[in-house]
Design a protein around this ligand. Structure first.
Ligand SMILES: NC(=O)c1ccc[n+]([C@@H]2O[C@H](COP(=O)([O-])OP(=O)(O)OC[C@H]3O[C@@H](n4cnc5c(N)ncnc54)[C@H](OP(=O)(O)O)[C@@H]3O)[C@@H](O)[C@H]2O)c1
Length: 323
């Protein structure tokens, strides 16, 4: 495993584990997964040197936090545990109360990273950051983070906190590259971190799915990326991933992760539906792409033009109806 070269109280692995899948109905992995596999995934992650574990109060309405806390057991204190608050009523007393509830579900005295899940469109961050500051002062929160923030709002959050907002958790992958515009340069120059979520584009970049083999769970059935037309359009990118993977005796998903990790300010938090996937993802931290491979992937990524926005809507409805 490799770790981020940044000054934090605990080291942060470049490949972490995303746990939205734990106990969440929308992923549809069922009870054997929530009850057993999830725990096995966490235990194996620890063995492989993963220290970054990401959850949120909203995942499975608290169930993900509970499953993760139980699976970590006595190792809870040695890992870098990140959770998120959904800022529906982001006034300081509510923020404080929600942090306590998350810490209780996780079974910890301190949240290493407490993230605002998404920007509240109506309330500015001064309000929520007052709560964060109080939490940091009493030691319940180590670092403050945000998620799905623009650069402007990330900086405003820092101004409101009066200190560093360590990380911004955003969608970043070969099919979602907008963080390259300004978030990545900012993070690199200021010693901040971009936590890449959906780094495998929710499994698309594994190359397991095509028009004839589409995943059926709710997360992906409602995602334009998994429309038959878009799976067709992703074909060339998958071919390039396979070519690079073959040169490293690796899998396409591993190359997709190695690609996001090439940026020094990025850590990735892929989810996993099995221990095998977790092992493969953790091993991707060791893969180093050549400049030529990196470029080839950029070019293939640039050429991928999915159907998105309003144009995708009728197609999504047709796909849901199986037509
Ligand atoms: N802050 C936010 O707003 C936000 C939003 C989304 C996610 N997140 C966080 O980011 C984490 C990861 O994002 P995500 O779950 O959306 O997408 P992801 O990590 O890109 O995709 C995860 C899915 O890809 C497949 N997969 C994983 N490893 C694989 C491998 N080695 N080979 C083949 N397939 C593999 C699995 O699905 P199958 O096996 O079923 O194909 C798995 O459930 C979440 O768990 C969550 O913690 C945060």
């Amino acid at each position: 495993m490799r770790y981020l070269g940044i000054d934090t109280a605990k080291k942060i692995s470049r490949i972490g584990l995303g746990t939205w899948q734990f106990g969440s109905r929308e992923w549809g992995y069922g009870e054997p997964y929530a009850g057993q596999e999830a725990k096995a995934i966490v235990r194996r992650a620890l063995e492989l040197g993963v220290t970054l574990f990401d959850t949120a109060e909203i995942y499975g309405f608290g169930r993900s936090e509970r499953i993760l806390g139980q699976a970590l057991g006595d190792d809870r204190e040695s890992v870098f545990l990140a959770t998120k608050i959904l800022p529906i009523l982001p006034v300081a007393p509510v923020v404080e109360q929600r942090a306590v509830a998350s810490a209780n579900r996780l079974g910890v005295r301190r949240l290493d990273l407490y993230q605002v899940h998404q920007p509240n469109p109506l309330v500015r961050d001064g309000t929520i950051m007052r709560g964060m500051l109080a939490l940091r002062q009493v030691g319940l929160v180590g670092e403050v983070g945000v998620s799905n923030y623009s650069l402007e709002r990330w900086r405003a959050a820092e101004a409101a906190l009066g200190g560093r907002v360590l990380s911004n958790q955003v969608r970043y992958s070969l099919v979602a590259r907008s963080p390259e515009r300004d978030l990545l340069p900012f993070a690199e120059s200021q010693g901040r971190v971009v936590i890449a979520y959906s780094p495998l584009a929710q499994g698309l970049l594994s190359g397991r799915y095509d028009r004839a083999t589409r995943p059926s769970n709710r997360v992906r059935a409602t995602s334009p990326l998994f429309l038959p037309d878009n799976l067709d359009r992703a074909g060339d990118l998958i071919i390039t991933l396979r070519e690079v993977a073959d040169a490293h005796a690796a899998k396409p998903a591993q190359i997709a992760l190695a690609w996001v990790l090439r940026h020094p300010a990025v850590v990735a938090i892929p989810g996993a539906s099995s221990v095998e996937q977790l092992e493969s993802n953790a091993a991707a931290a060791e893969i180093e792409l050549t400049d030529q491979e990196y470029q080839a992937l950029q070019v293939a990524s640039d050429r991928f033009r999915p159907v998105v926005g309003p144009a995708a809507l009728p197609r999504l409805v047709r796909a849901r109806l199986g037509r």
